[in-house]
Design a protein around this ligand. Structure first.
Ligand SMILES: [Zn+2]
Length: 354
């Protein structure tokens, strides 16, 4: 059973049992990185220490008494009809004729972040960037990080290595062309890298990505690796790419989700806030949080004929989501993934000229 070394206590933790649904899921060989593991950690900022340092450019709005750890806010930029929960009813051939909402929704997200003084990372589909180039430029102009969510939301476990390579290469180039900034981060559709597709991490490194955030180590019928480490690690060992997993809280020998997705909409806000705070205080790590622009759009067209599970997963509490997000933005400190996890040298990598 693999474990991860806690930087504070050097204890080795293991998470829940193996998962066998979804992409096929399960544990991975891993090298934890961070303050307790020097590996090639010069590429990574030692976050708890750095986060303790004063930095006037960072958000400081926090609840009283919370440690001054800056967390990573991320947005997966896609249309409301491109998510896995709706794929049972919405065919890819239908995408072009469905009413688009992504631009209005993402602009609402940008306004919300501006009001709270928060910078974030936007993992964006190439498909969206092609159709909404001015939106991509507004994301970049507002000071956010532009990152890749693949071209058209194909799950990694449904692709061959060659197809995956072409997808992540094309998307990186497209986003860099449209946004005019380097694209260093990648997030797999539906967190779909699993133990059979660990080669994807090698491909990402070879294609010039500096980090992946493609693992949500919880029990889930769509997600890939329940036994993966909870914090930054190198799934392919020293010299390989860094994986930065979505936040979970360790409780009762299980990883419970607290980094966003449907859980943040469905579970009581108090649980999420408690869990995020606990990761900051007890684990002394930044949390990585994610949501989608369509989650703050209660008026989006509804799909008929969905299973009860899919209906609950997609539509529960859309109306309350923006209020919850505003609370979490106000009560914790947030910044972009690259600012929190990458060294300045790496973030400054110029885009090669065509
Ligand atoms: Zn997605």
């Amino acid at each position: 059973m693999p474990g991860i070394i806690d930087p504070q206590t050097s204890e080795t933790h293991t998470s829940g049992r193996r998962e066998s649904r979804g992409c096929g899921a399960n544990s991975s060989g891993e090298r934890p990185v961070g303050p307790a593991n020097t590996g090639r950690s010069s590429r990574l900022m030692p976050h708890p220490e750095r986060d303790g340092a004063a930095d006037a450019s960072r958000p400081t709005s926090e609840i009283a008494g919370a440690r001054r750890i800056v967390n990573a806010m991320t947005v997966d930029v896609e249309e409301y009809y491109q998510v896995s929960a709706l794929s049972e009813r919405v065919m890819r051939e239908d995408w072009e004729r469905l009413p688009t909402r992504v631009e209005g929704n993402t602009d609402a997200v940008l306004r919300m972040f501006a009001e709270h003084g928060v910078r974030a990372t936007f993992f964006t589909l190439g498909w969206v960037a092609e159709r909404h180039p001015s939106l991509i430029r507004r994301i970049v102009d507002a000071g956010h990080e532009l990152a890749s969510h693949g071209y058209a939301h194909f799950r990694v476990c449904d692709q061959s290595p060659d197809v995956f390579r072409a997808d992540v290469r094309r998307t990186k180039q497209l986003l860099e062309d449209v946004g005019g900034v380097p694209v260093l981060g990648y997030r797999a559709a539906s967190f779909s890298i699993d133990e059979k597709t660990l080669w994807a991490f090698d491909v990402l490194a070879e294609e010039g990505y500096a980090y992946s955030s493609s693992v949500y180590p919880i029990r889930h019928d769509h997600y890939g690796m329940v036994d993966a480490p909870r914090f930054a690690y190198r799934p392919r060992g020293d010299g390989g790419i860094v994986e930065l997993p979505i936040a979970t809280v360790g409780l009762f020998n299980r990883n419970l989700p607290c980094g966003g997705g449907g859980y943040f909409r469905v579970l009581p806000y108090r649980f999420s806030a408690w869990a995020l705070r606990r990761v900051n205080r007890v684990d002394a790590h930044p949390c990585i949080f994610f949501f989608h622009p369509w989650e703050i759009d209660p008026d989006q067209p509804r799909q008929r004929g969905l299973s009860l599970k899919s209906r609950l997963r997609h539509y529960t509490n859309l109306r309350g989501m923006e209020g919850r997000l505003r609370k979490v933005l106000a009560q914790f400190a947030w910044d972009r993934m690259d600012v929190i996890f990458l060294s300045r040298d790496e973030s400054a990598t110029p885009v090669p000229s065509a």
